[in-house]
Design a protein around this ligand. Structure first.
Ligand code: 5RP
Length: 268
């Protein structure tokens, strides 16, 4: 791995804890306006400071993130589909040259294993890895799961391993039962997506179980920005990821931070 690539990766995954809290706000790339993300700049205000990395699209980066902000960026560079069309039919949407011009720390692309467009999305990944190696840019492979796929260790293990074999530098997937085997069989770090909004304590449990099973962190969206208190939630997630707190400790932190802000919320 080149010095530049390692340096960029160290901006994403903390070299001290070997963990990361990535904040995913890229949902609009196929969903359009998403609940909680209607005005991304507003969504980011109370939570950006607690994110190790932001995962987003080029359009949201340019319009909604202060260029002087220190938070490293993982740029989504796959897309070309919407909720109205087969999602798996993705291409690469950003040139590596522009990712470098935007000074991002990494690029992210979805693969759709088992779908109609499996080959196309895997070749997209291989191409992006070639470019990433050429320019020192880490590649995050996102294992997108179609409605018809089981989110089990066998399927997710297959997706993560294929992503790593094709050269992804780290992988994003979903937590599942026997997640240890997914991690064991994947030679690069894994972060988990949060998935649909859950009650806060359940989302913290999911985070805890993933970390205990060997995930190096989260790339979480809806369970943070759709929380009744996004700033409290991301700090509770951080406590698990970076400080090894358990579910009860993290939930207590969430409640205490939330209650401190109660008067503010009442006035808003
Ligand atoms: C979609 C993505 C999204 O960033 C991710 O799934 C969103 O995170 P969450 O599920 O936690 O809302 O990569 O393919």
């Amino acid at each position: 791995m080149s010095w530049g690539l390692q340096n960029r990766l160290a901006r994403i995954i903390n070299p001290r804890t070997h963990r990361t809290v990535m904040l995913a706000i890229d949902h609009g790339y196929f969903l359009g306006p998403t609940s909680g993300l209607e005005v991304p700049r507003e969504t980011l205000k109370p939570i950006q400071a607690y994110a190790d990395t932001l995962m987003l699209t080029r359009g949201v980066l340019r319009t909604s993130v202060d260029p002087c902000s220190p938070t490293p960026i993982v740029l989504r560079v796959s897309g070309g589909t919407s909720i109205l069309t087969p999602l798996s039919n993705e291409g690469i949407t950003v040139a590596m040259e522009d990712a470098i011009r935007l000074n991002v720390a990494g690029v992210a692309l979805s693969i759709f294993v088992g779908s109609e467009h499996e080959r196309q999305t895997l070749l997209n990944l291989a191409h992006l890895v070639d470019e990433g190696e050429r320019y020192g840019m880490p590649v995050l492979a996102v294992t997108a799961v179609g409605k018809e796929m089981n989110r089990d260790a066998r399927y997710l293990g297959l997706c993560c391993r294929i992503a790593a074999e094709l050269g992804a530098h780290f992988v994003k997937t979903y937590y599942c039962e026997d997640f240890e085997s997914v991690v064991r069989n994947c030679p690069v770090p894994i972060v988990i997506a949060g998935g649909k909004k859950l009650p806060e304590k359940d989302a913290l449990r999911l985070t805890y179980q993933a970390i205990q099973s060997g995930a190096c962190g989260v790339d979480m969206g809806r369970n943070i920005f759709q929380s009744e208190d996004p700033a409290a939630m991301i700090q509770a997630v951080r406590a698990i990821v970076h400080e090894n707190k358990n579910v009860d400790q993290a939930y207590e932190l969430f409640q205490s931070l939330r209650s401190q802000r109660e008067p503010e919320r009442m006035l808003a």
